[in-house]
Design a protein around this ligand. Structure first.
Ligand code: SF4
Length: 395
């Protein structure tokens, strides 16, 4: 296999379709739906890696982004019953759950006073007591307490539920959230958009159209959001392409998405435990195809806490340019689903080293991808210089 894009285009060993798609990538042309399916069905990892890495390096060079954040998960109880969810405990299992009060959540924020975190990420289960007035008060308390902390909170799953309960439109609801202090919307709750799959794995929560409509209203307010896709379970390849196609279409209209985050299905302790998980090869292929297909998304992110540190390093050669944040062991979403990281947290220094080990340049960003620190030549103050080990002396 040639190791450059031009080499792929000229290679007689590749099919005309493979060569045509490589030529499109070189010419910055959009890949069609059918070509997206072709890539999933016939794209081998080395081929996809060359295409995706070409796009990644053209956009970002070696820069690899991360942020310093912490999560608040208000509850793991949920009125919904998504089959893939290892995290939520239904209301009848209330004894296994937690339900934070407003003060509990505010105290978590205060724990970070004086620390250089730039983002609080708030997302969890859906319960009736967490309604529009509750979140208005929570956001404004955080905003007033710490105006420099970017509030990224709740997905359309929660918004659809609380706006319906409050009998207000999505447009009105998102306006109220923004006024209260919400600054970004994370990408969760998207799962797989196509009803053929969505009905089977997440049937009662917001539909694809509702998910997209809430993001559209948010973008109309001039704010940014992310998008995810839960892959590697019962969906077919074309469902993944359909999912990305819907995102690409909305992005053409609004330009409000920043980052696409493929989420690997994990099968521990949920109602789909019989479904095998995708391989690392498939995970990397999926990142690469996302980078190729979503030509109007700036960033592709891999959650290191979900796919392991080593796979996150590998993914940087397959289209990924962002590996999320330091986390500080504040999320249970990945560990409860069986992710390798049971207590996810890395110091900034560890994250920086992880990125440097594979020859990329670590860039700490804020939520909106403004550069906070370029760590290329950064010396950590507390760095322990290499020492010579004392050898035992044998008499
Ligand atoms: S995925 Fe979200 S909405 Fe679905 S059951 Fe789990 S917490 Fe609830």
């Amino acid at each position: 296999m040639p190791d450059t894009l031009q080499g792929l285009i000229n290679s007689p060993r590749l099919s005309p379709q493979h060569r045509a798609i490589a030529a499109k990538v070189l010419q910055n042309e959009r890949v069609t739906f059918e070509e997206g399916v072709f890539l999933y069905e016939h794209g081998e990892l080395p081929y996809l890696g060359i295409l995706a890495n070409y796009i990644r390096e053209k956009r970002h060079g070696d820069h690899t982004f991360f942020n310093r954040n912490f999560h608040i998960e208000p509850t793991n109880l949920c009125v919904y019953d998504c089959k893939f969810c290892s995290y939520s405990r239904l209301l009848k299992q209330r004894s296994e759950g937690w339900e934070y009060t407003m003060d509990d959540m505010f105290n978590i924020v205060k724990k970070y006073d004086g620390q250089p975190v730039t983002e609080v990420h708030i997302v969890g289960g859906v319960l009736p007591q967490y309604d529009v007035p509750f979140y208005q008060e929570l956001f404004s308390r955080i905003r007033n307490h710490r105006p420099d902390l970017h509030i990224k909170a709740l997905t359309p799953v929660e918004y659809h539920y609380i706006f319906k309960k409050a009998k207000i439109s999505y447009a009105e609801g998102m306006r109220l959230m923004q006024e209260a202090g919400l600054q970004s919307v994370p990408g969760g709750g998207a799962e797989i958009f196509h009803p053929e799959v969505r009905e089977l794995i997440a049937k009662d929560k917001c539909t694809a159209d509702q998910w997209l409509a809430i993001h559209e209203e948010w973008h109309k307010l001039g704010s940014r959001s992310n998008a995810t896709m839960l892959y590697g379970h019962i969906e077919k390849f074309w469902h993944r392409v359909d999912h990305m196609e819907r995102l690409r279409t909305l992005q053409d209209k609004t330009g409000g998405f920043q980052t696409f985050i493929p989420l690997k299905f994990r099968n521990q302790d949920n109602q789909m435990s019989h479904v095998p998980e995708s391989t690392v090869i498939e995970d990397l292929r999926n990142y690469a195809i996302a980078r190729i297909y979503l030509d109007n998304f700036d960033h592709i992110k891999a959650y290191w806490a979900m796919i392991s540190r080593n796979t996150a390093q590998l993914s940087l050669n397959f289209g990924v340019d962002d590996i999320d944040g330091t986390l500080d062991d504040t999320t249970k979403i990945y560990s409860m689903a069986g992710a390798e990281e049971q207590h996810p947290g890395m110091t900034t220094k560890e994250l920086v080293e992880l990125i440097k080990q594979v020859g990329r340049v670590p860039i700490e960003r804020d939520t909106l991808y403004n550069v906070v620190t370029n760590y290329q030549d950064f010396e950590f103050q507390d760095e322990v210089k290499p020492q010579f080990y004392k050898l035992p002396v044998l008499n």
